[in-house]
Design a protein around this ligand. Structure first.
Ligand code: PLP
Length: 439
């Protein structure tokens, strides 16, 4: 009898015992193609010898050193490596153990920054509907998935939400993509004026929305206008790249493709690639400088900040993503993946949209492509697809609530960057069979 507290008390899950390349094997020897890298985590696949060697070698020299007393070589090297590839102005790295921790650090640092620069009235955050920023109370409070928020609403940090940049559903007929982008970006200004711009700390968004809406990139010009508004009203732009960063969309940081530099960026998932739990919050020298010249310390911290073994793993991962060419591979293999998805599902009567960037793709399901009508939530399309795909040896990431937290279904696909064309074909084939079986 298990004593593990599982995610769902009513489901019995297979036991994973081994991972190799893009496959995971259970205790019965069944293989699963990891078509979503778990949840966009395993960018290098499952048995990378260089990352494993880096972890073993680190353990042979130093297991742990508390950052309240000491820094460590792997933490220093990782920060240097990340900054070398970071957007303009980003200069400091705060190393944590996962995505929610990175977002919490970003929220608290932004508030402390406003205090340091003498703007204590700034207490509010604005984010977008259908975003996900993590499950801790601060991160969940800024997130825009109503279903996830509902039970905890009374005990959460509250934030206000503007529309996402979700072209498939939001762009009006006859409206250009650019005009649509400007219209939804301008909602930030409207909301700032409603709240009183002098009361707002920052705006938080995922450059490519992941779990809750399914690989939704913004349209050209959207983030440039967002940056302009943030600058005009003196609020911070915080980009959450926990899921879409680290090469997932074909560039090391996702926001490179939107040609925008934020004040703070959060990363996790692909940073440890599943080999170690690690995340980071990166900020500009201006923000760091305000802390340095002011209080002198960031009033935050966790026991496992900058864990040497996690940092050693992440150093090996980042080296492979950058010098090793795997981010470039995400871009080129991503194009093949996009073509394969269009070839298989382009004419599908229940696939309304195929979207994403690099090795970060999604299909949105509809009952009618012409009217974009979603399936009745009682049909449980996402849940049934997940179960059928597992039966067929495919791990993918279907979700419901795509449109508003309750309606709509999509499947998120985020295979390892090392996938070959044949393996992408295998993923698409297994997804197609699974979809045919449930619809
Ligand atoms: N931010 C984004 C954009 C995410 O997708 C996630 C997780 O899916 C998080 C934050 C939270 O990360 P974690 O689950 O590592 O706490």
């Amino acid at each position: 009898m298990s004593h593990v507290f599982p995610r769902h008390t009513k489901s019995v899950m297979p036991t994973a015992v081994r991972g190799e390349g893009i496959y995971i094997y259970d205790s019965n020897g069944k293989s699963y193609l990891d078509g979503s890298g778990g949840a966009a985590v395993s960018c290098l696949g499952h048995s990378d010898p260089d990352v494993i060697a880096a972890i073993k070698s680190q353990l042979d020299s130093l297991d742990f050193a508390h950052t309240g007393f000491l820094t460590s070589e792997p933490a220093e090297a990782l920060a240097t490596r990340l900054i070398k590839h970071a957007p303009e102005g980003i200069d400091r790295v705060y190393l944590v153990s996962g995505g929610s921790e990175a977002v919490e650090a970003a929220l608290k640092l932004s508030r402390q920054y406003m205090l340091e620069i003498g703007q204590p009235k700034r207490t509010k955050f604005i984010s977008r509907r259908q975003s996900y920023h993590g499950n801790t109370l601060g991160a969940l409070g800024t997130g825009g998935n109503m279903w996830r928020r509902e039970p905890f609403d009374p005990v959460m940090v509250s934030a206000s939400h503007i529309a996402p940049c979700y072209e498939y559903r939001g762009r009006a007929e006859g409206e250009s993509a650019e005009d649509y982008g400007l219209r939804v970006a301008n909602e930030l200004e409207t909301e700032l004026l409603r709240l009183g711009p002098e009361t707002v700390i920052g705006f938080l968004a995922e450059p490519v929305v992941g779990a809750t809406a399914g690989a939704v990139p913004s349209v050209p010009g959207y983030f440039k206008r967002i940056r302009e508004i943030c600058d005009q009203y003196g609020i911070l732009l915080i980009l959450d790249e926990v899921m879409c960063g680290m090469g997932r969309t074909g560039t090391f940081f996702a926001c490179e493709q939107d040609d925008v530099a934020p004040d703070i960026i959060t990363i996790a998932k692909g940073l440890g690639a599943g080999y170690q739990p690690i995340g980071a919050m990166l900020c500009t020298n201006e923000i760091y400088g305000a802390i340095e010249q002011g209080t002198g310390f960031f009033q935050h911290g966790h026991t496992y900040l900058g864990h040497p073994v996690a940092c050693a793993a992440a150093n090996a991962v980042v080296t492979k993503l950058t010098d090793g060419g795997l981010t470039k591979r995400s871009a080129t293999m991503g194009k093949y993946f996009e073509k394969a998805l269009h070839a298989e599902f382009g004419q599908h009567p229940h696939v309304g949209d195929i979207r994403g960037r690099g090795m970060f793709r999604a299909l949105e399901f509809v009952s009618d492509c012409g009217t974009k009508t979603p399936f009745d939530p009682d049909k449980r399309v996402a849940a049934r697809l997940k179960a059928k795909a597992m039966e067929n040896g495919l791990i993918c990431y279907p979700m419901n609530g795509t449109i508003d937290g309750h309606h709509g279904d999509h499947v998120l696909l985020a295979p390892p960057f090392i996938s070959t064309e044949a393996q992408i074909d295998e993923l698409v084939g297994k997804l197609s069979d699974s979809l045919a079986a449930i619809l």
